[in-house]
Design a protein around this ligand. Structure first.
Ligand SMILES: Cc1ncc(COP(=O)(O)O)c(C=O)c1O
Length: 317
């Protein structure tokens, strides 16, 4: 990337040729089945711009990635958020919500902010029932952190060129390149070609393309990142259980915790002590906070500060 800095006066490769070639080797999938985006967020937007007209419908879940309803709004589409079951996507409920204006279903797997996932068996049954006119987008931003054995690996559907399935991945999470803004989608050649028509010609900058190629070669970083999260989650569960706090077991790099009080107040108190975590009020979960798994030191510090803050809050009662 340092060498590439000397060439930033030049436009990037609009086709992201090298990165697609590298991804093609990685997944044994033809380069024409990849689209590269300015973060996977951009691909979510391209899907909406490419496939939605006013009055069409996006179906997803409650307590999921906030960009999905946002994107629906910008396209004049309606948005149905199907209720979750025990903090998990309800795929049967989603099937029931499909009508003839439904164009796209978004499934964040694992989900943000719950960290829960839909299982192989459920997904296969679901896919066999989804009408062909509906695009199913599996947003797999957190897939590298998954340990669960029954997590669905859906690439074979893309390899079979299924026309209505797209998988989204990103370099923002396990690869630690959020600031570069780069992600990708894998889908049938036809869908990728169509999405290519609605994207800007130089949507992905030069440094991001080079950084992503380098990241794919840095196996050690990815392995360490996965290990940090996997061990961090278990450490976290132990500590939270000891504190008698309930949490949602997660396959992502964050954990949703019920602090049993106004989450906003807890977050503000933590912020005053130099710790930023997210209150889940915007998701309709006013007693929950979402905490990202950091280094062991950061987690220890968080647990210490949480104890201090909760004790102080209890003292006020
Ligand atoms: C479920 C989900 N999808 C996509 C994204 C966006 O990732 P990117 O940085 O690639 O745009 C996020 C980021 O928080 C996310 O949580």
């Amino acid at each position: 990337m340092r060498a590439a800095l000397r060439r930033v006066h030049l436009y990037p490769d609009g086709a992201s040729y090298e990165l697609k070639k590298r991804l093609s080797q990685e997944f044994s999938l033809p380069a024409e089945q990849f689209i590269i985006g300015n973060g996977s967020n951009e691909i979510i937007e391209l899907l909406a711009r490419g496939f939605l007209s006013e009055g069409d419908r996006i179906v997803s879940s409650e307590n999921t990635f906030l960009v999905y309803p946002l994107i629906a709004k910008t396209c004049g589409a309606s948005y149905t958020a199907v209720l979750m079951k025990n903090f998990r996507y309800d795929l049967r409920g989603i099937l029931d919500a499909i009508d003839d204006r439904t164009r796209i279903i978004f499934i964040a797997n694992p989900n943000n902010p719950t960290g829960t996932y839909v299982k192989t068996e459920e997904v296969e049954d679901f896919l066999s029932k989804v009408p062909k006119h509906v695009i199913v987008c599996f947003d797999e931003a957190y897939i590298d952190f998954v340990d669960a054995k029954d997590f669905p690996y859906l690439l074979f559907h893309v390899k079979a060129n299924k026309p209505n399935i797209i998988l989204l991945r990103t370099f923002s999470k396990s690869f630690g390149l959020a600031g570069l803004r780069i992600g990708y989608g894998m889908a049938s050649k036809e869908m990728i070609e169509y999405l290519g028509k609605v994207r800007q010609p130089f949507n992905v900058n030069r440094l991001a393309q080079i950084g992503a190629c380098a990241a794919l070669d840095d196996r050690r970083f990815l392995w360490r990142s996965k290990r940090l999260v996997s061990r961090g989650r278990l450490y976290f569960y132990r500590k939270l259980t000891k504190m008698k706090l309930t949490f949602v077991p997660s396959e992502a790099n964050f954990v949703l915790i019920d602090v049993k009080r106004d989450a906003k107040k807890v977050c503000e108190a933590l912020l005053k002590r130099g710790m930023i975590v997210r209150a889940m009020n915007a998701y309709g979960l006013p007693s929950y906070i979402r905490v990202t798994i950091g280094t062991r030191f950061e987690l220890m510090r968080f647990i210490h500060l949480l104890k201090v803050v909760l004790k102080k809050e209890d003292g006020k009662k």
